[in-house]
Design a protein around this ligand. Structure first.
Ligand SMILES: C[S@@+](CC[C@H](N)C(=O)[O-])C[C@H]1O[C@@H](n2cnc3c(N)ncnc32)[C@H](O)[C@@H]1O
Length: 185
């Protein structure tokens, strides 16, 4: 059966391609559902997660289990290299606004592109990058275009890029990109 939505699709993609995760990046922590999925699915994993809103960090600190394996950072994902001194198995990014929060605080094209480039650089060979691009909120258009322009031209010798979307759903459902970093030939 096909997946019912893009989040299930993303989770299945990760589980299908990664049997173990040591360190993962959650570039958009929000309510921590993505971080929580990694921490629960991979018992040995650690997650380094970013958000610019204190509200998100506070909520996660109160509500998530496995805090001992989760490091949260109150800073933009575009600065991720300041917090990282090793390669990662997985990076996740889920664009848009904080669910249940201020809908005017959204991820933005320029910083999103910067973060994607740095996260791809930080991936191990064989590492995965998952990207959920929401398209329906005000301000999304420029970001969607910037992301598409970036991932479309990633060298196929270095990365495999898959794009999946629910083509017949109403209201512009999110687009999923799954990217694998390849062995240099
Ligand atoms: C769609 S939500 C993420 C959902 C989240 N992954 C979850 O499981 O609940 C997007 C988040 O990105 C955050 N954000 C916006 N700009 C950011 C930036 N430059 N760096 C890090 N996080 C940012 C927002 O504050 C918001 O919480």
């Amino acid at each position: 059966m096909l997946e019912e939505n893009a989040i299930v699709l993303m989770r299945n993609f990760i589980q299908r391609h990664k049997k173990e995760v040591d360190l993962a990046l959650d570039l958009t922590l929000g309510r921590g559902k993505d971080s929580n999925f990694i921490l629960e699915t991979y018992p040995g994993s650690r997650v380094l997660a970013f958000d610019i809103q204190e509200e998100a960090l506070d909520w996660v600190k109160e509500n998530l289990k496995n805090q001992d394996r989760l490091q949260v950072v109150l800073d933009g994902h575009q600065n991720l290299d300041s917090y990282l001194d090793q390669e990662v198995d997985l990076a996740m990014m889920n664009l848009g606004y904080l669910p249940g929060g201020d809908k005017t605080i959204i991820t933005k094209a320029a910083t999103t592109v910067m973060a994607i480039e740095k996260a791809l650089e930080a991936l191990k060979v064989g590492g995965l990058f998952t990207l959920l691009v929401y398209r329906s909120h005000p301000g999304a258009g420029e970001e969607v275009a910037a992301v598409e322009d970036l991932v479309r031209v990633l060298d196929q010798r270095d990365y495999r890029v898959q794009r999946i979307e629910f083509y017949n759903q109403k209201n512009q459902p999110p687009v999923f990109f799954g990217i694998e970093k390849r062995m240099k030939k």
